[in-house]
Every structure is written in C-alpha cells, then in structure tokens.
Design a protein around this ligand. Structure first.
Ligand code: NAD
Length: 361
C-alpha cells in the first residue's frame, strides 16, 4: 500500500491534477497496486478557507504519506500579502524545509523527433537533449540569514539577503549528483560564480573534493553566466548539471523553454530517505485557469518521477513517459506546444495519455 498526499493548490493546479488522477486510475487497474490518495487544501485556497496556506491537517496528511503530489500555488488574489505570508513561501518553501528536501531534480528532455517544439534553430537542436538538473533546494541565498530591509532613511532604503553555504550542505548534494551521474553519461557540470562570490569559491572547492571519490565521472566547472550561454548554444553538450539554489532556479526555467514549454517539465524534491514532493516546474499560470488550456504533461511526469524515486517502481515511471511520448508523436499538442490553431484541451490530453498508458502497461 502506497500513500500519496495530493495537494492541487491554485490556478491551473486542480485542472492538471485531474489529469494525473486519470493516470493513477489506469495504474491501479492494470497493475493491481494499492495506492491510497487523499486530497488536502494548500496555498491561496487554504488562506481563503483557513487563513493559512498550510493548514495543520494538510501538514499531518503529508507526514502520514509516502510522497506528496503537488500542483501549484499562488496568484494575483494573494499578492497583497507580506512575502512570508504569500502561498509560495508559507506553504511550498515551508514544506521543502520541513521535510528537509535538499535535493531538487529537474529532468529537461527534448526528444529527437520532437525538436520542432523547441524555439532553438534546427541546426542546434537536431540531436535533442537530455539534461538532469540537480539543484540544492534548502540553502543558499533563498534561506540565508540575515535578510531584510533597512528603512531608517526613507529617501534611501536598503535591502539585503545572505548567500551562504556550508561544506556539509555542498558535500551532501554533490555526492547525490555524482551518484546520479554514474547511472548516466558520467559527466557533471557544476555551476557557480566563483570569480565573484565567496560562497561560490567554497562551492567549487567542495565539489572538486567530492569528485575525487568518483574518478569515473568527468567534472567541469562553469560560471553561471557562461552556462546560460552554453545552454542556448548547444544544450546537447550537457548531461548532469549541479547547481546552488538560486542559479538552479534560473537555469532550469531557461532550459524549460528550450524544451518547448514550462508545461512539459516535472520536478522532484527529495530528502535522504527518498521521501519526496513532486510538482510541475511551472507555477499556477492564473491566466490559463478554468480554460481547459493548460498542459498537464509536467504534472503527469511529476507523478512518473514519484513512482521512480519514492516508490522505486521504475517500470511504471518509464511506461508513463512512453505514453506521453506516444501521444505527442500521434500529433496531440496542447495550446502551449501548438501553432495556436490546432490543439487539444487539458482534459483531452490527459485522456489520450491515459489511453496510451492502458495499452502500454
Ligand atoms: P508560471 O509558471 O505560472 O507561468 C509562466 C508562463 O508559463 C506563463 O506564460 C504560463 O502560461 C506558462 N505555463 C506555466 N505552466 C503551464 C502549463 N502547465 N501549461 C501551459 N503553460 C504553462 O509563472 P508566473 O506567471 O511567474 O507565476 C504565476 C503564479 O504562480 C504566481 O503567483 C507565482 O508566484 C506562482 N508560482 C508558483 C510556483 C509553484 O507553485 N511551484 C512556481 C512558480 C510561480
């Protein structure tokens, strides 16, 4: 019996989650696996109902589960709140910290025969790409203290954040990255800004030290600005990219667009016990809410990652990926992937993928 806490959240979250439920029901039907799911309120929706983005009941439900499948939170309705009360910080960032989810995995894949989805030129993208981003998720400048504002002189207010990493934080995420690289092409590019930042100098030192325990893996260091360029010049040169929190946030979104749409990219946030929170890389896309236009693939691929990393059911994860690939090859695209004229709705996309999965499993 596997237990999944389902947190659809705001904006397009509930719509794309509905499509993930279709996939879960095919798996239960074909594989006779017992999966117990329970849905909980989170984000802006929970603020409206309970005056908190993460009600106690939701946190308890997550603690009692083996994994969390998350949609997205936030939207203009809650923009008036102070930063620490906003849905993203008070629910999502809190959950990441609470469960010690220091590993963030974001696979970015562009399949060879679907390279027309990418905004990059054919000559650059002809071989597709398959990159695994590994981002440190609960340290660095997003969480470093002190942070705040100095309002003493209203004519010249200052604000500050602290970019801080410790040896142990860097060691933990680096070891995980090198182990993943061993299962792939044995190439890691580590990202930093060691020409300017002290925290990056330490990052580079520690990653280099950890690499000594993995002599089969080839390690390269890149400054983040050069990495942003190289991803556009030739993304196929990369295999595993290891990033501190802030640089990972930015580069993964850049890479998302290279695959065609933010609606295609899943992510997994794990702790050392492989408990994980699985969610699309994109946000709540409020402008698409209730229009049946959002792409559900990132949410469905997040479920595929859940089967792989938290349940160790790699075959099911692969079957889901293959069902998605087949559906795209059959010519079904949501609006974000289309020429704007011929596209299917969110619900049709989910149905087509689940029909293909039913055949594959
Ligand atoms: P966003 O990711 O919601 O949207 C960025 C762009 O990507 C938009 O053009 C959107 O239409 C498109 N997009 C995203 N997901 C898509 C999908 N599944 N299908 C088709 N197109 C998709 O980012 P934003 O506009 O900066 O933020 C909107 C809200 O989401 C904000 O309140 C923000 O704080 C929140 N947010 C939440 C998360 C999260 O819950 N993890 C992450 C990022 C942003």
């Amino acid at each position: 019996m596997y237990k999944i806490a389902i947190l659809p959240g705001d904006g397009i979250g509930p719509e794309i989650m509905t499509e993930a439920y279709k996939i879960l029901s095919v798996i239960q039907k074909k594989k006779k696996i017992k999966i117990y799911t329970k849905e909980f309120d989170v984000g802006g929706k929970a603020i409206d109902k309970y005056n908190t983005a993460l009600p106690k009941n939701t946190l308890k439900g997550c603690q009692e589960s083996d994994a969390i499948l998350f949609g997205a939170v936030g939207g203009p309705k809650w923009n008036y709140l102070l930063p620490e009360k906003k849905p993203e910080i008070s629910s999502l960032l809190f959950l990441r910290k609470f469960f010690n989810l220091f590993i963030n995995l974001r696979p970015a894949k562009l399949y060879k025969n679907l390279n027309n989805l990418s905004p990059l030129k054919e000559k650059i993208i002809k071989n597709g790409f398959d990159i695994l981003f590994i981002r440190e998720l609960i340290g660095g400048i997003y969480f470093g203290l002190p942070k705040g504002r100095n309002n003493l002189n209203p004519e010249n207010i200052s604000a500050f954040d602290t970019a801080i990493y410790s040896t142990n934080e860097i060691k933990k995420i680096s070891k995980f990255a090198f182990k993943q690289a061993l299962k792939r092409k044995k190439k890691i590019v580590s990202i930093d800004k060691a020409n300017v930042l002290e925290s990056s100098i330490l990052w580079r030192e520690v990653v280099t030290k950890v690499s000594k325990d993995f002599p089969e893996v080839q390690l390269t260091h890149l400054y983040v600005d050069n990495a942003a360029i190289q991803l556009i010049k030739d993304p196929s040169q990369f295999d595993v990219i290891l990033c501190p929190n802030l640089f990972g946030d930015i580069l993964t979104d850049e890479c998302a667009i290279l695959t065609g749409s933010l609606g295609m990219l899943p992510s997994a946030s794990l702790n050392k016990k492989k408990f994980g929170l699985y969610e699309p890389a994109g946000g709540s896309a409020p402008e698409l809410q209730n229009k049946n236009l959002a792409n559900p693939i990132a949410q469905i691929l997040s479920l595929a990652m859940l089967f792989k990393y938290s349940f160790n059911l790699t075959n099911i994860s692969l079957a889901i990926e293959n069902a998605i690939l087949l559906t795209l090859k059959q010519g079904y695209f949501t609006q974000d992937l289309s020429n704007g004229l011929n596209f299917v709705t969110t619900s049709t996309m989910g149905t087509k993928i689940s029909e293909n999965l039913l055949k594959i499993l």
